[in-house]
Design a protein around this ligand. Structure first.
Ligand code: ZN
Length: 187
């Protein structure tokens, strides 16, 4: 078991579509264990493999939701089906964050409801129906597998702020990481 460094915006793996998992073997199980160790230490509610530098279609989550899915789970090779997106300003309660853009939150409108089809760590198919924040988390993590970060989806005003933060912190270029439990994020 190991906590892995989390890569930050600008690392190419975060901006490149991840590849499907084809081998449901012990290497995959080791990756999943490390992903849980890392997301637990962060702490976070979800983590996609590209965030620890692995360009594979794997997600872990740990979130207290009210769907039938387990509270803590593994999602491999997902397909996501979303309810229509409302065109409006985000509410204050819709501020999202990301371990690969640490210490910041921005508002984003997401689909209220999703259906996710995926495989588990053994390759068995399953489906999750989710709404509200769990649906938001699933959309956020599946975006990572497409090489998209939530800060890429912000409206123009918030995108400008995110751009300034990126510049100020020296992000937006390869090579920046932080390790949960070791690095303290500075303001
Ligand atoms: Zn994220």
């Amino acid at each position: 078991m190991a906590i892995r460094p989390i890569v930050i915006r600008g690392e190419p793996v975060l901006h490149t579509p991840a590849t499907p998992v084809t081998a449901f073997d012990k290497d995959l199980r080791a990756l999943i264990r490390d992903m849980f160790d890392t997301v637990d230490a962060a702490p976070g509610v979800g983590l996609a493999a590209p965030q620890i530098g692995v360009g594979q279609r794997v997600i872990v989550y740990d979130f207290d939701h009210d769907s039938d899915a387990p509270r803590r789970g593994v999602i491999v090779n997902p397909e996501l089906f979303m309810s229509p997106l409302e065109v409006r300003e985000p509410h204050d309660s819709e501020d999202e964050g990301c371990l690969s853009f640490p210490g910041e939150r921005f508002g984003l409108v997401r689909a209220h409801r999703v259906i996710l089809r995926a495989q588990d760590a053994s390759g068995q198919p399953f489906t999750i129906e989710a709404d509200g924040w769990f649906a938001r988390i699933l959309q956020h993590e599946v975006d990572h597998l497409h090489g998209v970060m939530y800060v890429d989806r912000l409206d123009a005003i918030q995108a400008h702020v995110a751009h300034k933060v990126t510049k100020k912190r020296g992000w937006g270029i390869p090579g920046n990481t932080w390790t949960p439990g070791i690095d303290r994020l500075e303001d």
